[in-house]
Design a protein around this ligand. Structure first.
Ligand SMILES: [Zn+2]
Length: 157
C-alpha cells in the first residue's frame, strides 16, 4: 500500500493583474461614445431585412448583408426576462465584490430587434414583470462603457 501523502500544496494567484486593452471597433466605439457624450443608444439597420441591431455590428447574420445605416433607438424598452442575483461574487469589471441582491434583465429597447443585458433598480422579484417598461438611468460621470448606464428603472411600479 502506498504511503498516504499529507503534504498540503499551497497555490497563489501571484501578480494576477492582467490589464487588457482592445479596440471596441468602429461601431462599438460609436455606440459607446454616444452613451458617454449624448446619453443615447444607437443601433444599425439591415438594408435587406430591416432588423436593427443594438449594439451595432458589421454584418446581418441571416442576410449576410453589410450593415452601414446607424439609427437611433430609444433609451426606453421592455423586460424580456430577468433575475434577481443574490449570490455575491467579485465583479470582473471592477475587481470588487458586487453588492447583492440586484436585478438583472434582458431588455429590448424600443426600435431595436435585439436585446441588451443590464441591471435593474428593483430587487424584489414580485415587483418585476416580463413586459414591464423600463428606462435607462445614466451615470453623471461617463467613461465610454456599458456601465455609463447605471441601471434601468421600472417605469410602472
Ligand atoms: Zn438582414
Amino acid at each position: 500500500m502506498a504511503e498516504e501523502r499529507k503534504e498540503l500544496i499551497k497555490l497563489e494567484s501571484g501578480e494576477a493583474e492582467q490589464p487588457f486593452c482592445w479596440s471596441a471597433g468602429v461601431y462599438g466605439s460609436k455606440f459607446l461614445t454616444e452613451l458617454r457624450d449624448n446619453k443615447r443608444f444607437v443601433g444599425v439597420k439591415c438594408p435587406k431585412c430591416g432588423k436593427v441591431y443594438v449594439p451595432p455590428r458589421n454584418v446581418c447574420g441571416p442576410c449576410f448583408a453589410e450593415l452601414t445605416e446607424l439609427v437611433p433607438v430609444s433609451d426606453e424598452g421592455e423586460i424580456v426576462t430577468f433575475t434577481v442575483v443574490s449570490f455575491g461574487f467579485v465583479d470582473p469589471s471592477t475587481g470588487k465584490q458586487k453588492p447583492v441582491p440586484y436585478g438583472y434583465a434582458v431588455i429590448k429597447l424600443d426600435g431595436a430587434d435585439t436585446y441588451i443585458l443590464h441591471y435593474l433598480d428593483e430587487t424584489d422579484p414580485q415587483k418585476i414583470k416580463v413586459g414591464a417598461r423600463v428606462k435607462a438611468v445614466f451615470e453623471e460621470e461617463r467613461t465610454g462603457s456599458m456601465l455609463d448606464v447605471k441601471h434601468f428603472t421600472l417605469l410602472e411600479r
